[in-house]
Ligand binder design. Structure first.
Ligand SMILES: [Fe+2]
Ligand SMILES: [Fe+2]
Length: 237
């Protein structure tokens, strides 16, 4: 247990949410596969969100843009967690109702926690590089977008769960491809260390490129989880 009472994982590190921890070689393979795989056929709603993000945060792959997107990426899980309390009343059987609510809260929390780790790591890297950004554009706008996306996903989860899971799979697939491209754009990151007490609690890594590959692979897992929920239909958590 950590000082604040959290259970640690077997490696003695604090919980870091929904992730499949890869080794350096597996992370390289993940990047090659992702770069060679075409994106999903994104829905109009997803394309609108990506267009809006480019408009507000710029087209280039910058660290403040990735941090902003990570803040927004928490919203679907936050909305699903909240909607679970609302939807629990649809189930009559007491044990099924409790179990489904518990599973839903647990799963959506782990994905939110993992996205929060991504934000924290980007925050530290931006601070370490001394990057100055416009606070209205990169601090306030992500908050407003996160609130909008929260409402969109809450409504979709209640009215049309399949489209809610499909839209999130599109967003996660896009994030996965963006991280693969970001690492490819920075060959210097292959040998650049990133000493951080906090990030080493997320996962062991050998370089900045290695760390970002793990983050990108997390997005691929989130996509898989959303597609699995879509396949499960009504009984999905
Ligand atoms: Fe993320
Ligand atoms: Fe994600």
């Amino acid at each position: 247990m950590t000082a604040n009472g959290q259970t640690t994982n077997p490696a003695g590190r604090p919980p870091h949410g929904a992730m499949r921890e890869l080794n350096t070689e597996e992370r390289r393979e993940w990047q090659q596969t992702t770069l060679a795989t075409p994106p999903r056929p994104y829905g109009l709603d997803a394309r609108l969100q990506f267009w809006l993000e480019d408009l507000v945060f710029g087209k280039e792959r910058t660290l403040p843009k990735f941090r902003a997107r990570e803040i927004v990426a928490r919203s679907p899980y936050w909305a699903w967690e909240q909607a679970a309390f609302f939807l629990a009343g649809k189930v009559r059987d007491r044990s099924t109702r409790a179990r489904r609510l518990y599973d839903s809260l647990t799963e959506t929390r782990t994905e939110q926690d993992n996205e929060a780790w991504h934000v924290v790591i980007l925050e530290e890297l931006i601070a370490a590089r001394g990057i100055q950004e416009n606070p209205l554009r990169f601090r306030l706008m992500p908050q407003l977008m996160a609130l909008g996306v929260y409402q969109q996903f809450w409504l979709l989860r209640v009215l049309n769960p399949a489209s809610s899971y499909r839209l999130n799979a599109d967003i996660e697939d896009h994030a996965e491809h963006e991280y693969a491209a970001l690492v490819a754009e920075h060959p210097g990151w292959e040998n650049e260390p990133f000493p951080s007490d906090l990030a080493s609690g997320y996962a062991p890594y050998e370089s900045l490129a290695d760390l970002f590959r793990q983050i990108g692979a997390d997005e691929g897992l989130h996509k898989e989880l959303s597609l699995a929920r879509m396949a499960q239909g009504e009984s999905a958590p």
